[in-house]
Every structure is written in structure tokens, then in C-alpha cells.
Design a protein around this ligand. Sequence first.
Ligand code: FAD
Length: 485
Amino acid sequence: MARVVVVGAGLGGLAAAARLATAGHAVTVLEQAPEVGGKLGWFARDGHGFDTGPSLVTLPQVFRDLFAATGAPLDDVLDFVRLDPAVDYRFADGTGLSVPGHLDGVRAALGPEWSALLDRAAEIWRVTEQPFLRSPLQGARTLARLARSVDDVRTVAPWSSLRGMGAAYLTDPHLRMLLDRYATYSGSDPRRAPAALATVPWVEQAFGSWYVRGGLRRLALAVADRAVERGAEIRTSTPVTRVLVEGGRTTGVQLADGERVPADVVVVNADATALYDRLLPRDAPVRRARATLARATPSSSGFVLLLALRGRTPDLAHHTVLFPDDYDAEFDGLFTDPRPLADPTVYISAPDDPATRPDDGESWFVLVNAPRHEPGRGVDWDAPGLADAYADRVLAVLARRGLDVRDRVRWREVRTPADLARATGSVGGSIYGTSSNGARAAFLRPANASPLPGLHLVGGSAHPGGGLPLVALSAEIVAGLVGPA
Ligand SMILES: Cc1cc2nc3c(=O)[nH]c(=O)nc-3n(C[C@H](O)[C@H](O)[C@H](O)COP(=O)(O)OP(=O)(O)OC[C@H]3O[C@@H](n4cnc5c(N)ncnc54)[C@H](O)[C@@H]3O)c2cc1C
């Protein structure tokens, strides 16, 4: 039995804790915030409740595996609801596209070109799921696993971008836009992200878009409960300031109040950049890992508006996306010349769930992509007046695109990239750690086993990447690396 310390109670930290406790280890989770969940946050007031982070669950099988492996089936504790339609898209020319929640319906609604793209994406998924997403990142060995045959390499086409894939398969500009959007699921630019990201619409459309009744935050709470049931201890309001290194390995962590918590294994769920830049001593033997991370482009962030609205909107889907006219301007504003986007894509999640709204109202989670918080170099989201002025702009964009709710706003809450950085410790408010920009990006992401013996990384800023299912997979990989007690 090892003494395991997990730094951070985001989904990755909690899932790792549940798995490692089940494996027989003595697990302590140390979380700096007063509550568990990290980006899976919740805000409630006056009968309105909002998920402040994720609003969409994909790959539910990953969560079924997690719950089954740690004691009891997921359905005993959570109610996963498959959304149909999955998303209601509206384009700048006034046309709309409602994407069904089941694969047959998607093929029928989106047509033969999209279907052909999905078939190719399914092949990429077959080639990459096990050797890449479900395995530790091991440099040349990972590449060898991925490139078992020339056919496999041709399928994945590591030389081509998601945008290039769209151009090859799709003639309809609306469908190209829709495909591009999936790059943003990892905070990336479709012009630079690899074609392999076509697996994202594949898994969403083949295995469904899901909601957790009562709010997605319940997923974090259920995993925390599971970890505790299996014997883990969770300490909140307990920031870790140092990962201790002695004799060439980690020996535990130090807390903000000076307390030292000894450990044989330290699993860090905090942002990998924060780990390598701040938590580890400068002379820790991790030079190469640090340098690799420094070469990666961080993922983009998000500007969130929580709207408590009076009244109900006729025919409002659970998820609505309002596209702009010029999608490239969005990616330029996120990565090339960072600035708050003047005419952003607007995403609305409005669950029709009594747990999230009063009878006479709606609770809208509105998200637009935003460049990271980088005072001095990029956008300073703490600049006086910016957050409120930008919230007004987002409401005006909504109005221009046919959803004018300005006279229905009871109150609003704004969360900028700077707020996200403060709340969860994600550096600059990057939502997904490093982005997928560039053919080598997946290999620049920090590995789950750090070069320092005893130190592991779990969560969206480590392999295999951000988003709830990948984060849960990273916990499975880490539990496998640590092994049974
Ligand atoms: C606005 C938004 C929308 C999103 N939408 C979706 C979506 O629809 N679907 C989806 O799948 N994903 C979505 N995501 C991404 C998803 O939320 C994340 O990938 C996932 O929740 C990250 O989990 P994690 O384990 O990496 O940890 P995080 O949630 O980042 O948690 C890390 C934890 O570590 C703690 N911590 C940090 N530093 C320290 C320290 N020094 N000491 C102690 N504790 C520390 C933090 O407080 C935090 O609790 C979204 C994220 C955001 C912000």
C-alpha cells in the first residue's frame, strides 16, 4: 500500500483518488478551493442554478467504467440523459440546422458528405483510441503503437489539419463551419489542429450528447462520494505550495501553512504548467519535460455569462450555437492577435430541468471563446470595465442573431478567463491545458508519468487532454501506472 497524495479535486483528481483508493492505497486529496469539482462548478441564486463549466458529456461509457470499477454502477447514483436534438445551430445567413441526437438521424439530416466524413472519423477512432487515448504517452513507443501499418498512418493523416479534412470531404460551407467548431472542444484552431480531431464529432454523434439531470456538477460530487466511500480523505481549502523532492524522487507536498504531507506517490491534478513552473523546485530533474511544455501553445479560454431570465423562450433547444459570418476572425482573435472577439460564436446551454430554473424563468449558461488572460502580453481581463462592457456586447450579439433577451434579464453573473484562472488555478484561464494546434501538439502535452519518480499528472492539462471523458481516461491511465497496493 502506498501513501498517495492527490493535489486538486477536479474530476481528474477525484477519479484518480477513487480508483487508487479502490486499488487499496491510502489516498489523501488536497484541494485549494473550499469545494471539490474544479471546473465542474455550480452557481445558484433565487431559484436559478447553473453549471459554470461543462454543459455537455460525451463518451458516457468512460464514466460507466469509472463507477463500475470503483464499486457500483453509475445509474445507481446519476441520471444521464441523452439529448435529442443534440444541438440547434443557427448560421449568419439566417438558416438553421438541428442536429439529431442519434447517429441514424445525424446521417439523414446532415447528408452523404457528412456521413462519409463520419466513416473516416470512425476509422481514425478505431486506430487511435486504445494506443493513444487509453495508454500512457511514451514518445517513440506511442508513435510506434499508432503507426502499426501504412494504412493506419494514412487513415490518421497526421500531416493534415481539421480544416483540410473539412475541405476534402465537405462542399457545404455550413458543414465546414460545424466541423471547424469541434477544434474548439480542445481550445484549438481548426486551421492548425490535426484531422484526427474529426473523432470528436464522431464520438459525440455515435455515442451521444448527454446531460446529467440536476446539473453536470453532480458528476464531480458523485465521484468525490465514491472516492470517500472507498476510503480516500478529501481536504478542501488546503492549497499545496510545493511538491517536495529528495534523493531524486518526490517525497510529498508542502501546504500553504507550512505543513508537510509525506507521500510515496504524488498525483497532481493542478494545471501542469503550474506544476512545472511553480510547484516543483527550480532544480528538480524535469528540465526536458519543462522545455517540452514551454513549446506547446496553450488552449484558449472562455467568457461565461450566467443569465437568470424571466419567462420562457419558445422552441429553445438544450444547446444552441449561433455562428458568426466570419469564423476565421474568431481564431485570429484567439491565437494570432489576441483580443476579445467582436463577433463571436455564441453557445447557449439552457437545460429544461426544474433543478436549474424557477417555473417562470430560464437559466442560460452563455459561453463565447475568449483569448487567455495575459496582462501585459495579450488581453487583461481584469482591466476596469472590460468584463461588464463585453457582457453587454455578447447580449447585443445574441439580439442581432435573433435572441434578444435583454429585457428579460433578472440578473447576470460574469466569469472571465481571469476569474477561471483564480478559481481553478488553470494558468491564464486556459480551459484545456495545451491546445491541439500543430501536428506534434498531442506529443507536447505532459505525460502522466513525470520524469520524477513517484510524481504523476492527471487531468485536462496532461495526456490525453481536456474535456470530461479524456480527463477521466487520464485517471485510469494514472491508476494503471501506480498499480495495485
Ligand atoms: C467554461 C467551461 C466549459 C467547459 N465545457 C465542457 C463541456 O461541455 N464538456 C466537457 O467535456 N468539458 C468541458 N470543459 C472542460 C472540463 O471542464 C475540464 O476538462 C475538466 O473539468 C478538467 O478537469 P481536471 O481534472 O483537469 O481539473 P480542474 O477542473 O482543472 O481542477 C483542478 C483542481 O485543482 C485544484 N488546484 C489547483 N492548484 C492547486 C494547488 N496548488 N493546491 C491544491 N489544489 C489545487 C483546483 O482548485 C481545481 O479544483 C469546460 C470547461 C470550462 C471552464
